[in-house]
Design a protein around this ligand. Sequence first.
Ligand code: AMP
Length: 359
Amino acid sequence: MKIGIIGGGQLARMLILAGYPLGLDFTVLDPAPDACAAPLCDHLCAPYDDPAALARLAEECEVITYEFENVSLEALEKLAGKCAIYPPLKALAESRDRLREKTLFQSLEIPTTRFLAIDRFEELETAPRILGWPFLLKTRRFGYDGKGQHLIRHRQDMETAWQALQGQPLIGESFIPFQREVSIIGVRNRQGDIAFYPLSENVHKQGILHISRSRAGDSQTETARALARRLMEHLDYVGVLALEMFELNGRLLANEMAPRVHNSGHWTIEGAETSQFENHLRAILGLPLGETKALQHTAMVNFIGVLPEPADVLEQPGAHLHIYGKAERPGRKVGHATVRAPDSKTLEIRLHQLLALLP
Ligand code: AMP
């Protein structure tokens, strides 16, 4: 059985690695000749919205999935009826526009930050009346890893932010002085069965995920799961869904959702009974979901821009190394390591040792 993946980056690569034991074959669609998933599967080297390449993918594959949100919805809609596409396009449409996404959260009574659409400079000038100070100005689309966003602390910041972002649809959001960031990774299969992983607690550095810790038994688990369940059921969702949230004074506020496998779930490869990658494949194929419980205390560290010396990581007790096969470049995710331990104290010691290896 063949699965088509739009995007041939590290998420596709880890999906493929999870699919091999299940006897699955893959084709990725990616315009980069050196896409890091390409050596593991068939590679259609064409733009993501290339009609001929998409038609071929639909013809060759049982199911099409995607590894990022900025896929052309219009191009995928043309494939409807020819091939199953999961997660459903409705989820893609909602999640790739921050304004639609937050409006959806609001309509489902999923708490979120205060927000408003900003299309003119005058709207930016009056935004603090609703958002307070400071606030964030973000592009509604194509923003990821903190790209396309400006923190506005004073009136003087407005002009600079406007110069940088104007011309694109924008959203203003209140800045949340959160105590921590968490995400919940859920999975729903074609039959409607749902499973959740333990909560991930995430630390970002310059807008990019730096560390995720699995937090089995966290006091916010049930609240986070209830919010994600509401979303999945509303969207008649199929696949893995990540919901990222801020915790502020004991409350969870949804920041964004990702209709795909997610970086804050990479720890599940070695840290959970079934990885998010395998469960995504099981879900989109209509197979029974795998057990999601954590095996041990687990944390994941992203390698951004450069890799540490592999032997240094591998000699750490409980550590597992993932190298994506991408050229090193500032700001680029080139690999990660997962570290496991029998208790939280040992995990922190091991994590500390791992972090000390970062260049
Ligand atoms: P995003 O691109 O929305 O995922 O934002 C990247 C990171 O910027 C988040 O993980 C937060 O650390 C920070 N951030 C985004 N939005 C807000 C907000 N409204 N208040 C405080 N921090 C934020």
